[in-house]
Design a protein around this ligand. Structure first.
Ligand code: IPE
Ligand code: MG
Length: 231
């Protein structure tokens, strides 16, 4: 979800105004995704690197997060949406973590869609974490290095139990991954739009999904192999 600051600046406003207006886009997108029958939607809300922004912006974002979670938990439950979070929860301010954990708990039985918030998240942080856990199992003699597989790594990522994304949408025209789901994006289709996040609405999600549907996902195979399998 990129471009909040630029969106506000274009309107002659403070960056925070952009973050506040991002909530409408989040609401619209979550609703559209659930209506379409999407089972998992992950929102990159705050990266490990975002901690180095000016303190007042970080504080405002954390405050916005607390307020939004508090306000939206009922709606999530009404819509049968389960909330989860990936990232370094320990790094979040206490109030924020409490609110988040409460919402996760309250929505844990919901089954229509899982909404995953990436908060204080970065792909490298996650991989370091996973390696520490795996190394510790090896150290304790519970796992031999020779038996480490892709599944072993996967099980120790914060996304354990969440399938790899099929489609990644990035707004604001930036053509980079910015430390998001580095392992999980191996075969994800990328869709980049110049639209700034606060302007993102249901119709833009539909456009992205339509573009995704035109792609041929070969997973390393040839086009001919895929056609044969389908015939
Ligand atoms: C995305 O918008 C929101 C967060 C990273 C929290 P930005 O704040 O990155 O907006 P730009 O990129 O400065 O326009
Ligand atoms: Mg940005």
């Amino acid at each position: 979800m990129d471009g909040n600051g630029r969106w506000a600046k274009k309107k002659g406003n403070l960056r925070i105004f952009g973050h506040q207006n991002a909530i409408t886009a989040v609401r619209d997108t979550v609703e559209a995704a659930a209506e379409l029958g999407i089972k998992f939607l992950t929102l990159y809300a705050f990266s490990t690197e975002n901690w180095s922004r000016p303190k007042y912006e970080v504080d405002a974002l954390m405050q916005l997060l607390v307020n939004t979670i508090r306000k939206e938990t009922d709606t999530l439950t009404k819509n049968n949406i389960r909330l989860q979070a990936i990232g370094d929860r320990e790094a979040l301010p206490n109030a924020c973590r409490r609110e988040l954990e409460e919402a996760i708990q309250l929505t844990s039985q919901n089954s229509r869609m899982t909404l995953v918030l990436a908060l204080s998240y970065s792909g490298r942080w996650e991989l370091v974490n996973a390696m520490k856990q795996v190394a510790s199992l090896v150290e304790q003699g519970k796992l031999s290095a020779a038996h480490i597989t892709e599944e072993t790594i996967q099980q120790h990522l914060t996304t354990a139990g969440i399938p790899d994304p099929e489609l990644l949408i990035r707004t604001s025209g930036e053509q980079r991954i910015s430390n998001f789901l580095l392992w999980q994006l191996a075969y994800t289709e990328l869709y980049i739009t110049d639209l700034l996040w606060p302007d993102f609405r249901k119709e833009h999600l539909y456009e992205a999904i339509f573009a995704f549907q035109q792609r041929e996902r070969r997973f390393g195979k040839t086009s001919e192999q895929l056609q044969k399998a389908h015939s």
